[in-house]
Design a binder for this molecule. Structure first.
Ligand code: NAD
Length: 270
């Protein structure tokens, strides 16, 4: 089988681990052609980590050279990168799923021209159940995310509402609203609610609660779905990644598993 030519946009926590997996566990199915980051130091560091001569390319060049683009950069960019993937008829795996909310028409365009768009499960469990449940009627989808203040710092919602996250001493709900507002307020923290929205009731009808406490040592995501099928609850206690406390280790693994899945003919799970 021909190897899939892959290019990675974003050489941070997720991009680095995907690149390492391309060179290691996926070496027989994937050919890492190029990497790209807004920060040159990150590109050079990743090339050093990989101990390889992988090409450092500009965004438009990387898209032209690959079969599959991996976006692991920023919600500000993911919509624009999906647009470029569509225009160049290239498959794409998107990690900054929040950037797709409000641009769902792009997913329809992608389907129309026949490119594959991979949206990994990230740090939550229950997407399989939600996909199955959505064959029938769904009444509600709720995500409760619990993170240590270090996993939420810098979120625009905190600044806008003058919330002193480091002054919080016990379990405190700092946001309770819909997924559209959650993504605007916490673009780097609750990508999982974007995925739940796309798989379920849409961003305006998906409820999100963000809770913080200095006592939390894990990034916890609780998913609750009610519908014709019954009642589903999942709780995932995620270890934050060592290099970015906003990103859970399971999200990193999920990106690698999704890329591996792209090369597999047997698809397990819904
Ligand atoms: N889907 C999920 O469940 C999930 C989970 C965790 C993180 N994420 C998202 O995935 C993305 C990557 O996460 P991470 O932990 O690797 O973040 P990170 O901050 O460690 O790395 C992001 C990298 O992207 C680069 N970058 C930013 N803007 C760029 C641009 N316009 N062009 C090229 N490079 C750019 C940065 O310089 C940085 O090196 C983030 O958007 C994050 O919110 C998604």
């Amino acid at each position: 089988m021909r190897k899939i030519k892959v290019g990675i946009i974003g050489c941070g926590t997720i991009g680095t681990e995907i690149a390492k997996a391309c060179k290691d566990r996926m070496r027989n199915t994937v050919n890492l052609v190029g990497i790209c980051d807004a920060c040159e130091e990150k590109e050079l560091l990743l090339r050093k980590i990989l101990k390889s001569k992988v090409l450092i390319l500009k965004l438009d060049d990387i898209i032209k050279k690959v079969d599959l683009i991996v976006e692991a950069a920023s919600a500000k960019m993911s919509g624009a990168i999906l647009k470029k993937a569509i225009n160049n008829k290239k498959d794409i795996l998107i990690m900054s799923i929040g950037g797709i909310l409000g641009h769902e028409n792009l997913l329809k365009k992608a389907a129309k021209i026949g490119i594959k768009v991979y949206l990994p499960s990230g740090a939550i469990c229950g997407i399989d159940g939600l996909k199955s449940a959505s064959i029938g009627k769904i009444d509600s989808v709720t995500l409760t995310t619990r993170k240590h203040p270090s996993g939420l710092t810098g979120a625009p919602y905190l600044k806008k509402n003058d919330i002193d996250i480091w002054g919080i001493r016990k379990d405190t709900v700092i946001f309770d609203g819909n997924a559209m507002d959650a993504i605007k307020g916490f673009p780097q923290n609750v990508n999982v609610c974007a995925l739940l929205s796309l798989a379920g009731l849409g961003a305006k009808n998906t409820r999100v609660k963000v809770v913080t406490s200095p006592a939390y040592t894990k990034n916890i995501h609780e998913v609750e779905i009610k519908g014709e099928f019954g009642h589903l609850m999942t709780k995932t206690e995620n270890v934050p990644s060592k290099t970015n406390p906003k990103t859970s280790q399971l999200a990193v693994f999920s990106a690698i598993a999704a890329l591996e899945g792209a090369a597999k003919t047997v698809k397990i799970g819904t």
